[in-house]
Design a binder for this molecule. Structure first.
Ligand code: FDA
Length: 391
């Protein structure tokens, strides 16, 4: 391939990792960057679009709430978007009643029909958790009881977790949960970070601004492993072009050591002829009789957009969690000990690839929130990508 002029850097994946590296490569090295993505849009899993019927901004791959305490990341993202003053709060339906989450004094007093003070509630939970005191739980069920006591565990955690994993918690390893937060005050603000909010004019506008530079080109619907297109793995390696790869690490090596395991989520869209169905953006369903884990009512993330939303219609996405097969969207790394060992083997192979930087949640088999993936991308640019561009 001699007459084909490659750019200075090819990025596989237009998610937040890839976009951040592209933006940095142009800003700091004046590089010409070509981004490819197999999907038909940029933004990766944080992509959103506006629903014409309701005016809701739908987060195509599940609810995305931005939050961070990392000043470097907060300053960086504010260069491309402003944020609404949205504060995330979640509610749960259990046994015909709606409770605030995470479990707090409001949840506890409603559940026990009581008016416990913080100290009384703390003592009650300690007593209930004492049922399995001194034991070393092997399964998630016993661990949950040991952490917060049987009544609250069975009401709010047991069936929800069972639905998430499609497995009875008594069959799940205790190691899946380290702690279950209980707040002994009425604070039901979900995140504890310094900053949170939603991008004022939507996620996709934010991402478009990150790569709004003539030196960055984007090609959608292009698979890195499709040898019929010029930006494929074999051709780029032969040409010695630096690559940032944010796809699945096992796929990069043709699954030669085996498949890393993921959970995925299926979404079922339901439309209602009413302005507001739940009165909140996220409703968890903690009982076994509702087959989905939670429902997202997107309009309610953006009450400030009431004027551009349909007052008589709303759209809700119900979430069904399951194990991912090859070809499904990989969402949450399962991370059993076997997965960790397998990932370490792939990681060693990745380290031996001279001109490919592996990044993002798929490339490093890690769950990252958006602020974390941006932080890792800023660092990866400095420590791994910039040296490749300098050669
Ligand atoms: P991401 O997956 O976004 O991008 C990778 C891109 O690579 C994809 O666009 C993919 O198509 C492309 N690609 C893969 N293989 C390819 C190939 N062979 N050729 C070409 N392109 C290829 N975070 C947060 O802060 N707050 C939140 O509320 C949530 N909520 C949330 C809900 C759900 C259900 C999930 C799964 C995740 C979240 N997140 C989140 C996390 C957030 O989605 C995550 O941090 C970022 O999307 C990670 O960005 P990446 O660039 O790493 O991957």
């Amino acid at each position: 391939m001699t007459d084909f002029e490659y750019p200075d850097l090819v990025i596989v994946g237009a998610g937040l990792f890839g976009l951040t590296v592209a933006q940095q490569a142009v800003e700091h090295a004046g590089a010409r960057v070509h981004i490819i993505d197999v999907r038909d849009h940029i933004g990766g899993n944080a992509y959103s679009y506006f629903d014409p019927e309701t005016g809701a901004e739908i987060h195509r791959y599940g609810a995305h709430l931005f939050h961070t305490s990392n000043k470097r990341v907060w300053d960086y993202v504010n260069r491309f978007t402003s944020f609404t003053n949205y504060v995330h709060r979640v509610y749960a339906t259990h046994d015909g009643e709606v409770y605030p989450l995470p479990i707090n004094l409001g949840t506890i007093n409603q559940f026990f029909h009581a008016h416990y003070t913080p100290a009384e509630a703390q003592q009650l939970i300690a007593e209930q958790a004492g049922e399995l005191a001194g034991t070393d739980p092997e399964n998630l069920n016993d661990k949950g009881i040991q952490l917060i006591g049987r009544p609250l565990y069975e009401a709010f955690i047991k069936n929800y977790t069972g639905k998430q994993w499609q497995t009875d918690p008594a069959e799940l390893p205790a190691s899946i949960i380290k702690r279950l937060p209980v707040r002994f005050n009425y604070d039901n603000r979900y995140f504890k970070d310094t900053w949170e909010g939603l991008p004022a004019d939507g996620y996709t506008k934010w991402f478009e601004r990150m790569i709004d530079d003539p030196r960055i080109t984007v090609e959608l619907g292009v698979d890195f492993f499709d040898e019929s297109q010029p930006y494929n793995k074999t051709a780029l390696q032969a040409a010695g072009v630096p690559v940032v790869y944010t796809g699945p690490i096992d796929r990069y090596f043709d699954y030669e050591l085996g498949d890393l395991k993921w959970r995925t989520v299926d979404f079922k869209e339901v439309r209602y002829d009413e302005g507001d169905h739940f009165g909140c953006p996220v409703m968890n369903f903690s009982d076994a009789d509702v087959p989905y884990t939670r429902a997202i009512e997107f309009k309610n993330f953006n009450p400030e957009r009431a004027a551009s939303q349909n007052p008589n219609k709303t759209v809700v996405w119900e979430e069904y969690s399951r194990f991912a097969e090859r070809g499904d969207e990989p969402y949450y790394p399962i991370n059993t000990d076997a997965d960790k060992t397998l990932y370490a083997q792939y990681e060693a192979k990745a380290a031996a690839e001279p001109k490919t930087v592996f990044g993002g949640r798929l490339g490093t088999y890690k769950y990252y929130d958006m602020h974390q993936v941006i932080d890792t991308a800023l660092t990866a640019y400095e420590s791994q990508v910039a040296p490749l561009l300098a050669k």
